[in-house]
Design a protein around this ligand. Structure first.
Ligand code: BES
Ligand code: MN
Ligand code: ZN
Length: 504
C-alpha cells in the first residue's frame, strides 16, 4: 500500500473516496441525550455536502458507524465516506486509529483501491492524527485468509492523508513514515502468528527472523540443540527434548553507533510454535489454537524490525526461545527435576506450563549478555484471560520506573494493558519439596504465580512481563481489524524502547 501526504483543500481532492470523521458533541442529560454529530474537519464544502445527512439523523456519531455517499455535491471526490468516532469529548488517537481502520475495511470489499483521509482536529496535534490514520489503515488492510484458494486481492493500493494548509509538512511526513514502519511491523508479526505449526516450525521461525534481520541490517544469531545444551539451558531444553522438531534460540541485536553503553534493553519472547501441553496433554477441543503460542516471540521479531528502521539511539538485544511442546518417548514427565541455566532447580509439576520454562533461560541468558532492563511477552496463561478477559493484556513489573516508561509507551501505542501484582505471598505458592521451585502454583492466581516463577530468573534486574494469552488472537471481527492474530504488544514494545533513547 502506497502512502501519500498532501496539503490541499478537501473539496479539491480527486479521489475514489474522501473520508471524513464525525463526532458527537451532544452532552449527556440522562434520558434526554441528543446526539449532535459534527464533522471533525473544518471545511465548509465537506460540511455542506453532509448537511442533509446530518439533518436526517443518519449520521449518529456512534462509534464506527459509516455512511457512504456517491457523487457528493461540491466535492471533486467520487465518493464521501463519513465515519462516526463517538463523543467529541473523549476523542483521541485511539478512536481515530479505529475510525481509520473502519473506513479502510468498509471500502476494501467494495474494491475501492484508493482513498483520501481528511485530517481531523485532535488535541494531541496533527502529527498524532496522521500517525493514527496511517497505523489504523495499515493494520486494517491485512486479512488472514492466506491459504484460501478463493482468496481475492482486495488490498488497498494507496491512501492519501490530506493535511490542511498551514500544517508542518516535514513533521507530518516524518510522523506518517514512522507510523507506516510500526504498522507494517505489527502486520509482520500478525503474519507470523497466523501461520500454522506445520508451516512455521522453530527452524522456520528462526529463518524468518534471520531474513528480516538481513533485510533491515540487524545482527542475528541462531542456535540449535547443541548450543542450547552447551549453554546449560536445562529449562528450555526440557521443553524442546520431546519434539522431533529442533528448537532454535534466536538472538537479534540492535547496537546503533552513538548509543550510550547503558541501558541495554532485553526483549525476550516465548516462541512455542505449537503447544500440545506435552505429557500433561491438552484436551482436543480448541487445541488447534495453540499454533499462536509463539505470539510473544513474534511480537519481539516485529518490534525489532521497527526498531531497526526507526533507529532510536539505544541498545537492544532480543531473544526468542522457539520450540514445540510435544508428548513423546523423549518428552519430560511430571515430577521431573530440571536445572535451569541460572543453576536453579525446577520441579516440573505440569508439562503444559512450558512457557515459563523456556523464558526462565531466555531471561537469564539476556542478563548474561549484559541487558540492564528486561521485558518479556508471552501467551503464558489461561488464567490471565480469567482475570482480565479479552479487553486488557496483563503487565507485571518488579520496578516502578520501568513500569512508568511502559505507561508512557501505552499512551502512545493506544494498546490496553492492566498491571497485576507480584507480592511475596504468591512466591510461597511455587515452593517445592524436592527442588528450588515448581513450575505451577495451584488453582488460584495462575497468571501471578507464572509471573512469580519468571521473577526468580530476573533477580534484581528491572523487568516487565506481558501476558498476552487473551489478546494475541481475536475471536471476533472488529470493524477496524480482522479476527485472528492481533499483533498486540508490538507498538508498545517499540514505544517502550524509544522511551529509553538518550536524553529522554
Ligand atoms: N500456552 C498456554 C497458555 C494459553 C492458554 C495461551 C490459552 C493462550 C490461550 C500455556 O502454555 C499453558 O498451557 N498454561 C497453562 C498453565 C497451567 C498448566 C499451570 C494454563 O494456563 O492452563
Ligand atoms: Mn502450555
Ligand atoms: Zn504454552
Amino acid at each position: 500500500m502506497n502512502t501519500k501526504l498532501i496539503t490541499a483543500n478537501p473539496a479539491e481532492v480527486e479521489t475514489e473516496c474522501l473520508i471524513a470523521f464525525a463526532l458527537d458533541h451532544g452532552e449527556d442529560h440522562g434520558e434526554n441525550k441528543k446526539p449532535e454529530p459534527r464533522l471533525a474537519v473544518k471545511d465548509p464544502a465537506v460540511e455542506k455536502a453532509v448537511a442533509d445527512l446530518i439533518a436526517s439523523g443518519e449520521i449518529s456519531g456512534k462509534p464506527f458507524e459509516t455512511v457512504l455517499l456517491h457523487r457528493p455535491q461540491g466535492l471533486k471526490a467520487k465518493r464521501l465516506l463519513v465515519v462516526s468516532c463517538g463523543k467529541a469529548r473523549s476523542f483521541t488517537h485511539v478512536e481515530l486509529r479505529k475510525g481509520a481502520g473502519t473506513a479502510l475495511r468498509t471500502l476494501k470489499p467494495k474494491m475501492i483501491k484508493s482513498c483520501a483521509f481528511t485530517l481531523p482536529e485532535l488535541s494531541s496535534g496533527a502529527e498524532d492524527a496522521g500517525r493514527a490514520i496511517v497505523e489504523g489503515a495499515f493494520v486494517a488492510d491485512l486479512d488472514p485468509d492466506t491459504y484460501r484458494s478463493d482468496r481475492k486481492d482486495y488490498s488497498t493500493q494507496e491512501i492519501t492523508v490530506v493535511a490542511p494548509a498551514g500544517s508542518d509538512q516535514a513533521k507530518l511526513q516524518s510522523a506518517v513514515d514512522r507510523a507506516r514502519i510500526i504498522a507494517e511491523s505489527q502486520n509482520f508479526t500478525r503474519g507470523l502468528v497466523n501461520e500454522p505449526s506445520n508451516r512455521l516450525t522453530p527452524t522456520m521461525l528462526a529463518d524468518r527472523a534471520q531474513k528480516m534481520c538481513d533485510s533491515v541490517g540487524l545482527k542475528c544469531e541462531i542456535m540449535g540443540p547443541d548450543k542450547i545444551k552447551a549453554l546449560k539451558m536445562g529449562a528450555f531444553w526440557s521443553v524442546a527434548q520431546g519434539s522431533d522438531e529442533e528448537p532454535r534460540l534466536i538472538v537479534m541485536r540492535y547496537e546503533p553507533q552513538g548509543a550510550p553503553e547503558k541501558p541495554v534493553l532485553g526483549l525476550i519472547g516465548k516462541g512455542i510454535t505449537f503447544d500440545t501441553g506435552g505429557i500433561s496433554i491438552k484436551p482436543a477441543e480448541g487445541m488447534e489454537k495453540m499454533k499462536y503460542d509463539m505470539a510473544g516471540g513474534a511480537a519481539m521479531i516485529g518490534a525489532m524490525r521497527a526498531i531497526a528502521l526507526l533507529k532510536p539511539k539505544v541498545k537492544v538485544i532480543s531473544i526468542v526461545c522457539a520450540s514445540e511442546n510435544m508428548p513423546s518417548g523423549k518428552a519430560q514427565k511430571p515430577g521431573d527435576v530440571q536445572i535451569a541455566m541460572s543453576g536453579k532447580s525446577i520441579e516440573v509439576i505440569n508439562t503444559d506450563a512450558e512457557g515459563r520454562l523456556v523464558l526462565a533461560d531466555g531471561l537469564h541468558y539476556a542478563r548474561t549478555l549484559g541487558c540492564t532492563h528486561l521485558i518479556d511477552a508471552a501467551t503464558l496463561t489461561g488464567a490471565v484471560v480469567v482475570a482480565l478477559g479479552y479487553a486488557n493484556a496483563g503487565v507485571f513489573a518488579n520496578d516502578d520506573d520501568a513500569y512508568k516508561h511502559f505507561t508512557q509507551a501505552l499512551d502512545r501505542s493506544g494498546e490496553k494493558f492492566w498491571r497485576m501484582p507480584l507480592d511475596a505471598e504468591y512466591g510461597d505458592m511455587i515452593r517445592s519439596n524436592i527442588a528450588d521451585i515448581m513450575n505451577t502454583g495451584g488453582r488460584w492466581g495462575g497468571a501471578i504465580t507464572a509471573a512469580m516463577f519468571l521473577k526468580e530468573f530476573v533477580e534484581d534486574t528491572p523487568w516487565l512481563h506481558l501476558d498476552i494469552a487473551g489478546t494475541a488472537w481475536m475471536e471476533e471481527n472488529k470493524s477496524w481489524i480482522a479476527k485472528g492474530p492481533s499483533g498486540i504488544a508490538v507498538r508498545s514494545l517499540v514505544e517502550w524502547v524509544k522511551s529509553y533513547e538518550a536524553g529522554k
